[in-house]
Ligand binder design. Structure first.
Ligand SMILES: Cc1ncc(COP(=O)(O)O)c(C=O)c1O
Length: 381
């Protein structure tokens, strides 16, 4: 049997990982500023994370949600504390798409309405509802097409107001990434998020903060939406939540009440996933990783801004993007090939940095030097 070929691949086989580094099967070392697509939050194979998963594996890995799982309660308590959303309720699942799927569905159950507002360049996942609010026709199969989704320009308060004025009583929810990831690191403006909050309040709609990529400390705050100083009704999470162990979830404001069987999952919240997620939060607190993301992220942005060949440095914390003009379009490829540094990208010309939140300053310094060196080489070629 062959693999179903859905992604173009780098010709590299990674066999070992530690902190912000990975090694291939030839023993070559790479600096990982991509974090396996923003997944590695506390660093690859962190010893506390490995130990907690190992210990749990030797006790029980899985049982269904038909019994009490105290680890879920511990995770909810810890997450409430670390995120500052102690009065929220936690529902666990397995991925980012699934988290958004459940968020959108719950909002519709809650309001009894069908319409959803989403924004240009949004990415919310590949499953049915999640992909229907994703602004990329290539990902949307005919079966996912729906008239229930209204796409509006990102950060356009007037368009949002006009939309609510016209059909506010039909809108179930507004879904927005605090910082668009796949869309190219576009930061939602504080005033825009406040406007979403006030319109949702006025018209009885649910504000869904997709925090799958920009959440879990990546921006330097636990949720990047928190920069606006207003709460969303539902936050969706995944990626950094398990540091590579598959787990996702939504946290739900207290005014949205649960009803038996509206949401459900077989694997979500299993013992092993909860142990991994608890380990992540424990390390985040212990090693003060949000502070590190602020500090190292600030250094990276400031140094990148000084490099005149690259444009529009943007982002928050350790979620950073910049535009690569045509003359140096091979920068990402050359960083990997010559400097052994993984970075992320967004089409057509954006480099995305999504490293572990434990990235050391000296690794950030090394990256800046490597970028300068590769740009010089391309200019003099
Ligand atoms: C903002 C955002 N939402 C949702 C998803 C989907 O997450 P998953 O791939 O875990 O389904 C992603 C994945 O890149 C994402 O960036």
């Amino acid at each position: 049997m062959q693999l179903f070929d859905v992604y173009p691949l780098n010709n590299i086989t990674i066999t070992k990982a530690k902190g912000s580094y990975v090694w291939d099967d030839q023993g070559e070392q790479y600096l990982d500023l991509y974090g396996g697509h923003a997944v590695i939050s506390i660093g690859h194979t962190h010893p506390h994370w490995v130990k907690r998963i190992e210990e749990q594996l030797n006790k029980i890995a899985f049982y269904s949600n038909s019994i009490k799982i105290p680890l879920q309660v511990q995770l909810a308590e810890k997450l409430g504390k670390v995120s500052g959303k102690e009065d929220y309720q936690l529902f666990l699942c397995n991925s980012g798409a699934e988290a958004n799927e459940n968020a959108l569905k719950l909002a519709s159950f809650h309001t009894g309405r069908k319409k959803v507002v989403a924004f240009s360049k949004a990415f919310h996942g590949r499953t049915s509802l999640a992909v229907s609010v994703t602004d990329n026709k290539n990902y949307v199969a005919p079966v996912n097409e729906t008239d229930n989704v209204i796409f509006l320009p990102f950060n356009d308060e007037k368009a949002l107001e006009a939309c609510f004025k016209k059909q506010g009583d039909e809108i179930s929810s507004v879904i927005i990434e605090g910082i668009q990831g796949v869309g190219g690191i576009n930061v939602a403006e504080v005033s825009f998020l406040k406007k979403i909050r006030s319109l949702c309040d006025q018209y009885g709609a649910v504000y869904i903060a997709d925090s799958v990529q920009c959440g879990y400390g990546r921006s330097g705050k636990f949720f990047s939406h928190d920069f606006a100083g207003v709460n969303a009704d539902i936050y969706s999470m995944a990626k950094g939540m398990g540091n590579g162990f598959p787990i996702g979830g939504i946290i739900i404001a207290p005014h949205i009440k649960p009803k038996h069987f509206q949401l459900g999952t077989t694997f979500g919240g299993n013992h092993l996933a909860c142990a991994a997620a608890l380990a992540v939060l424990e390390v985040m607190e212990e090693e003060k990783l949000l502070g590190n993301a602020v500090m190292v992220g600030k250094y990276l942005r400031e140094e990148l801004e000084k490099i005149e060949e690259i444009e529009n440095v943007r982002g928050r914390g350790l979620m950073i993007g910049f535009d690569v003009p045509e003359e140096i379009k091979d920068l990402k490829k050359n960083l990997l090939l010559n400097q052994k540094i993984f970075t992320g990208e967004a089409k057509p010309n954006v480099i995305r940095l999504l490293p572990s939140l434990a990235l050391k300053k000296r690794d950030a310094e090394h990256f800046i030097e490597a970028v300068k060196e590769e740009i010089e080489k391309m200019k003099s070629a």
